[in-house]
Design a protein around this ligand. Structure first.
Ligand SMILES: Cc1cc2nc3c(=O)[nH]c(=O)nc-3n(C[C@H](O)[C@H](O)[C@H](O)COP(=O)(O)OP(=O)(O)OC[C@H]3O[C@@H](n4cnc5c(N)ncnc54)[C@H](O)[C@@H]3O)c2cc1C
Length: 321
């Protein structure tokens, strides 16, 4: 069985930052990633542009050069992939960690392919795998998706976009520009206040001119193969519909955290317990890094402000030795 100073679960930007920092500090390490390198970013919309400027997405101060100030998804894939390959990071791709168990001073990390022994474990599994479900009839129909990829797919189709955050608004605008008939279904009173400042006026103008129809204070009641039925303050509305993009956010895999023994707050935030000075959880030697730290507050941590977790954790591990 292979043994490491640290096993890192998740090969997103922050898992990679942890691997790079471990290598720099002379610690033996493995990164285990269930998909391709930066799997979450790979699954973002093809035309997606980050709200952060490229230098804010840099890890270990390795320059990130992008065409515009705010990079596109493809440029970020290039950046993180080159970091992995040029540093020859020890990353196992398409391998899923199923369980971690502590026995004495060691963790036994079980994946679908192998078992490893590690003195420390970092959980950097992000939040992009589990969508917040609406739990309405028809949500499982093939025309409904919680992930948006390419606007071309929706050209000349009647598309309902559910949500009012950046993902929903980007999808609504892009698809409308490629010829989809777009209806936005918004639970609250307005387009989200956190929508990128240069995008918000665009969507508001499209709604005001009637190009995109928006329902506020509206929730989905049911989805059928040819319709979507929504509850609005004016009563139930039935719309003809070909596709639904339910961009209602995502959540961390709390079941996985609990299986590992990490304590979660009892309120709706479900914040995992960790010491912010070291990022160590209630289990000695088990650390958290990246967006996973925010529990249900998935907007709290992002690449910009969580890349710092990598040096904090590796320093804490070195201090123990
Ligand atoms: C549309 C969109 C735009 C964004 N724009 C920005 C931005 O402009 N600036 C910014 O700073 N942030 C942005 N973010 C947030 C940012 O992408 C995330 O904060 C970032 O991906 C967090 O990195 P992470 O490494 O913590 O998690 P992730 O990138 O989610 O990485 C977690 C990895 O863990 C893997 N994994 C999960 N479970 C397992 C398992 N059991 N075994 C093995 N591997 C596993 C996943 O496949 C994934 O690759 C954006 C997010 C979205 C959705």
């Amino acid at each position: 069985m292979q043994e490491f100073d640290v096993a890192i679960i998740g090969g997103g930007p922050i898992g990679i930052a942890c691997g790079l920092e471990a290598k720099k500090q002379g610690l033996s390490y493995i990164i285990i990633e269930k998909g391709p390198i930066v799997n979450s970013l790979f699954n973002y919309p093809v035309n997606m542009q980050f709200f952060s400027s490229s230098e804010k997405l840099e890890i270990d101060e390795i320059p990130f050069i992008s065409k515009e100030a705010k990079p596109k998804r493809n440029e970020a894939l290039e950046y993180y992939r080159r970091i992995v390959t040029s540093n020859q990071l020890n990353i196992h791709l398409f391998e899923t960690v199923l369980n971690v168990e502590k026995q004495g001073d060691f963790f036994f990390v079980d994946s679908n392919k192998d078992q490893y022994r590690a003195k420390n474990v970092v959980v950097a599994t992000g939040f992009y795998d589990l969508p917040n479900k609406m739990n309405v009839p028809g949500e499982d129909l093939p025309k409904v998706s919680h992930y948006y990829n390419d606007p071309h797919f929706y050209a000349s189709q009647k598309l309902a976009v559910i949500g009012a955050s950046n993902s929903a608004i980007d999808a609504a605008l892009e698809c409308w520009r490629k010829g989809a008939e777009v209806t936005l279904i918004i639970r609250g009173p307005e387009v989200g206040q956190r929508v990128k400042y240069w995008v918000r006026p665009d969507i508001i103008n499209r709604i005001e001119e009637g190009s995109i129809k928006a329902y506020y204070h509206a929730t989905v009641k049911e989805i059928t193969p040819s319709e979507i039925i929504i509850n609005t303050p004016e009563g139930e509305v039935t719309l003809e519909n070909d596709f639904v993009l339910a961009l209602t956010g995502y959540m961390p895999n709390f079941e996985f955290l609990e299986k590992l023994g990490i304590e979660l707050s009892k309120d709706e935030k479900r914040l995992p317990s960790y010491d912010p000075e070291t990022m160590e959880t209630n289990i000695q030697g088990l650390f958290l890094a990246g967006v996973i730290c925010g529990g249900m507050e998935t907007h709290k941590w992002f690449i910009e402000n969580s890349r710092i977790h990598a040096p904090i954790i590796m320093q804490a591990i070195l201090n123990k030795n």
